[in-house]
Ligand binder design. Sequence first.
Ligand code: UDX
Length: 437
Amino acid sequence: MRISVIGCGYLGAVHAACMAKLGHDVVGIDVDERKIRDLSAARAPFYEPGLEELLTDVQATGRLSFTTDMSAAAGNTVHFICVGTPQKKGENAADMTYVDAATSGILPYLAPGDVVVGKSTVPVGTAARLARLVQDHEPGAHLVWNPEFLREGHAVSDTLSPDRFVYGVPDGSEDHPAVTILDEVYAAPLSAGTLRLVTDHPTAELVKAAANSFLATKISFINAMAEVCEATGADVTRLADAIGMDDRIGRKFLNAGIGFGGGCLPKDIRAFMARAGELGADQALTFLREVDAINMRRRTRVVELTRELCGGSLLGHRVTVLGAAFKPESDDVRDSPALSIAAQLQLQGAVVTVTDPKALDNAAKRFPELQYEPDLDKAIAGADTLLLLTEWQQYKELDPFEVSNGVAGLRILDGRNVLEAAKWRAAGWHYRGLGRP
Ligand code: UDX
């Protein structure tokens, strides 16, 4: 199958490489020349485990190329739209500029039988609108919405073997010609047992919004329980273990801590609320405002807890923040709770040093006023208080006795509840978790 992938960011670069891995001839197209230069040289423009090896591997086969020239899409049958839909400045709604530009850009190169496949997370109603554009331009072409559920840090395996495919086709019918074409694109994972569901356009768009809202709700639910645990002296991690043993609830996504961030969950629940408002269904999603509020409250809570840990004042207190990325195995700092906490602490008078194995360059672009130190030992040296805010493996494995040698004070706030409290306390540390006694 000859495939174009428009947009080579966190989603598109991985998608292009994975489609080539599945045996297709793929061209990745992006307006960002630097990104295209990197990808053409098999360098990943961001950190994603396994991506660089995959790029090297598939580029050697000659099946994958990258360009800024949209005309490279001519002659291809399937055109994936993988551009971003960030939050609009000053509004909750999604900014559709890039999706609209990518779709308009592909129109001149469409031929009868081609399929434009939207993967970006979009407000419900977008697919129908774009399908009309495609049809007006090339009545023989189709538009399918095929939402992407990949997690950063696991993007390659999530793309090569996802847990399900959702195809949103205009009539919602299995017999739609685009279904056969997508089945051919995804033949390998389908034959390996990946489930696939055919729906209409709005259902496919809503599946993604609903899935992310559910995940965000699960995290905020356990963080709300953490607040109650803090008020009662209970332990939220044991509570999560216990309720998670119920199959209907499940233990995944019940880790209380500093809350969710990243380029998806925060902006997706806001865009979903904004869209529901436009559709007159805003009441249905009022609860997501609370989900968002609980999540943002975690950041304030950590600042307050750090102040307590520091004896009541942050002024001049040396705080080292372990982790800048919004989650481990990623260099993505979009809406990172760790960085937002670091910036708040600094504003309130603490002397903050941030360390992270991968995300410091991106962090420095967002918050140039913070001090960054890539070397963990140097970052920790002389600190009065440590804050573990992104659960990178190397931070989870820290030895409290070894760390004691470098720091000025034995205080640690475990913002992800991943350290063994008893071990740290036994080594003389003043340990605080979130929602734990
Ligand atoms: C998410 C969805 O998981 C994915 O399906 C969708 O396609 C895009 O959005 P991602 O943003 O990569 O993926 O990260 P995810 O692993 O979902 O984590 C999101 C945030 O929630 C992170 O900040 C993470 O630290 C936080 N989180 C996750 C918790 O605070 N507690 C948990 O139990 C799980």
